[in-house]
Design a protein around this ligand. Structure first.
Ligand code: VAH
Length: 314
């Protein structure tokens, strides 16, 4: 990767991935793509080029790819699961019409493409424990429907046109830089802010609801390592299960209380997010990612909790 376009560069993943790519790849050009109203600010703006990049504007994307001779596109534009239930057509438009624009440009101009999938690509009939790499995918949320279609369309462009598409199924991502918006797993981020502010946290997800989660540094490393891996070793492409930890709210709260003992919590279950969470796996089997491109997480629950709290306290 030398010249990279990050679409959605001011979102939860994009804001940190853009900075990591700029630091990690010597001499790289990493273009921060954004939409009006979500312009890059501060170090994200000052540390490299940024361009308005609306996934639904193919001409605009093509012009950026030509201008910077982009060889890799990270497509991180998405409406997350809970918001997608409120705006299903917008989610379809961004996730699907946006993706076909990107894949057509990648086909014409020879770019590699990373469009993440998610645990949201599984549904109630998927095996919940040690969810296999290849299994039933009948999601019941619009977000999940788009993620299965993202996986299938990305594989189609690889098999039919040789476009170098690769991606991972992200667990719920936990970070302290840019809060997520409208996700089912967001509770696992929001509770940290309540804990450091000494506020009671009202949890929208019921006790006992297990979901795969991952600390952002591991997620960013996965997104880069898969794109830099040896393609001849890839049996799968879109998208690899990757896992690091699985917990239910009480387990997370207990880990936080080991650092902040007076954390107060109570439950007010949000039926929309709860039904989505119930349809998702408890934990994924990521043996294919480990075998085909050497995936290995480096943060466990306690390591993540300590690092999150130390950064948020600053
Ligand atoms: C969501 N954080 O909750 C996102 C993600 C795996 C969950 O897709 O919608």
């Amino acid at each position: 990767m030398k010249n990279v376009l990050v679409i959605g560069s001011t979102g939860q993943i994009g804001s940190e991935l853009t900075m990591k790519l700029r630091k990690q790849i010597n001499g790289a050009t990493v273009v921060a793509g954004y939409i009006p109203g979500a312009e890059p600010k501060g170090v994200l703006k000052e540390s490299g080029p940024s361009e308005q990049a609306d996934v639904c504007n193919a001409a605009q994307l093509a012009q950026i790819v030509d201008k910077y001779r982009i060889d890799t596109i990270y497509n991180l534009a998405a409406i997350l699961s809970a918001t997608a239930e409120k705006k299903p057509l917008l989610a379809w438009d961004i996730q699907m019409n946006g993706l076909i624009n990107i894949l057509e440009i990648a086909r014409e101009k020879g770019c590699a493409v990373f469009t993440p999938s998610s645990i949201g690509a599984f549904g109630p009939t998927t095996p919940h424990k040690s969810t296999p790499q290849d299994t039933v995918q009948r999601p019941t949320s619009m977000y999940g429907v788009t993620k299965v279609a993202v996986e299938l369309l990305s594989d189609y462009y690889f098999h039919k046109y040789g476009v170098d598409t690769r991606s991972v199924r992200f667990p719920g991502l936990i970070s302290y830089t840019t809060p997520p918006g409208g996700g089912t797993t967001d509770y696992a981020v929001e509770v940290f802010y309540s804990a450091v502010k000494g506020e009671e946290f009202v949890c929208p997800i019921a006790q006992g609801t297990y979901m795969d989660m991952m600390y952002m540094p591991d997620a960013l490393r996965a997104a880069i390592e898969i794109m830099e891996s040896d393609p001849s070793k890839l049996v799968h492409r879109n998208s690899f299960n990757i896992a690091s930890m699985s917990f239910e709210p009480e387990t997370l709260f207990a880990a936080i209380r080991r650092e902040i003992p007076d954390l107060r919590t109570r439950y007010e279950v949000d039926p929309v997010r709860q039904s989505i969470a119930d349809s998702w796996p408890d934990n994924m089997d990521d043996s294919c990612a480990r075998k085909e491109w050497g995936w290995k997480p480096s943060y466990d629950l306690d390591g993540m909790v300590k690092d999150m709290i130390s950064h948020l306290k600053k």
